[in-house]
Ligand binder design. Structure first.
Ligand code: TXA
Ligand code: MG
Length: 318
């Protein structure tokens, strides 16, 4: 059942306790992580998870990431390979999702994985996320807390703009520090690590930790990250990439030497740009004017930024 009024909870002890109680009661609750706000539900409760899909208008073939408080909890859900152990040790808690084979008796509702034999799992950093996961004491399935296909939320206000009245509550923990979704790493049938989605951990850092290059999924070799639809993260207005200057009517989102109407990072720092990207897209989106974006180098978090921007600029179905 969708709630008519969405509660706004502050991330103090009382707010965390209330959010955990709502999750336990099968409600959907948005909460901050270090990457973006997630829309959480008890991952063992299929009806609760169905409410998340309904609130977002998300296609049910697109599986969700499960969030747990620590590695010990993750081990109860999935089988860890040696390289997954290494990545978890290096990057958890943090913006990395590992896609690994489900264990027997995992207890995760099948709607979470869309029937896949694997699970995307991560241990988020961030005090509010950690406090909520510990207070709730179970696995929380959570996609980004935005209507499907729209810009991801990095503040509680963004969440309410998109989902107010459709979810039970939002836990307000301020702005997300990383600002872009987690990097998703899986394994191919031969066990080689595959980059399923660039994100908050630079792929170069993962390759360094594994001392192995990451491969990219081969088209047709899906489901890899089925959520990687071409048009995604889309503002209402048109988006044009690699712009040096604004054309008639456009607002220019700058980077480095390209100043623009607002800048993702005047110093050309991709990490700062990641933390600002979705908030700036949300703000530009309220103007209804077409958006031009300055070029961003493809290194480090630049790869994740460009991935999100290409999807924001892709042709829309409707
Ligand atoms: O930073 C994040 O990852 C945020 C926060 C809330 O944790 N979550 C997030 O979730 O970005 P979402 O649903 O917007 O993106 C999840 C992605 C989708 O592209 C989905 O297809 C992929 O993860 N995914 C989930 N489970 C998978 C699996 N078993 N195999 C392959 N891809 C999977
Ligand atoms: Mg999303």
């Amino acid at each position: 059942m969708d709630s008519d009024v969405t509660e706004r909870l502050f991330a103090d002890d009382a707010g965390i306790a209330r959010a955990a109680a709502l999750l336990a009661a099968g409600e959907s609750v948005a909460f901050p992580t270090e990457t973006v706000y997630g829309l959480g539900a008890d991952a063992r409760n299929g009806a609760a998870v169905a409410r998340v899909y309904a609130a977002k208008g998300r296609p049910a073939f697109n599986p969700l990431i499960v969030h747990v408080a620590d590695l010990r909890a993750a081990r109860q859900l999935v089988h860890f390979t040696d390289q997954a152990e290494r990545l978890a040790a290096e990057f958890w808690p943090g913006p990395l999702t590992l896609v690994l084979p489900l264990r027997e008796g995992h207890g995760i509702a099948s709607i979470v994985t869309a029937g896949l034999p694997t699970l995307g799992v991560r241990v988020p950093a961030g005090d509010a996320a950690q406090a909520l996961l510990r207070a709730f004491g179970g696995p929380v399935a959570a996609p980004s807390a935005n209507p499907s296909g729209r810009i991801s939320p990095t503040t509680a206000d963004h969440v309410l703009d998109g989902l107010s009245g459709r979810i039970a509550a939002v836990l307000d923990g301020g702005a997300c520090g990383v600002g872009i979704e987690s990097t998703i790493v899986g394994e191919d049938p031969g066990g080689a690590p595959v980059l399923l989605r660039p994100g908050g951990v630079a792929s170069e850092a993962i390759e360094a930790a594994l001392a192995t290059p990451l491969t990219r999924p081969v088209a047709g070799d899906l489901p890899s990250a089925p959520g990687q639809l071409a048009s995604h993260y889309a503002p209402r207005a048109a988006v044009r990439l690699n712009a040096q200057e604004a054309r008639e009517g456009e607002l220019l989102l700058g980077f480095g030497a390209v100043r623009g109407d607002m800048s993702l990072s005047e110093t050309g720092d991709p990490q700062e740009a990641a933390a600002r990207l979705f908030d700036m897209l949300h703000r530009l989106d309220t103007t209804g004017r077409p958006i031009a974006v300055a070029p961003i180098p493809e290194t480090g978090l630049g790869a994740a930024l460009n991935d999100r921007l290409r999807r924001a600029a892709a042709p829309r179905d409707s």
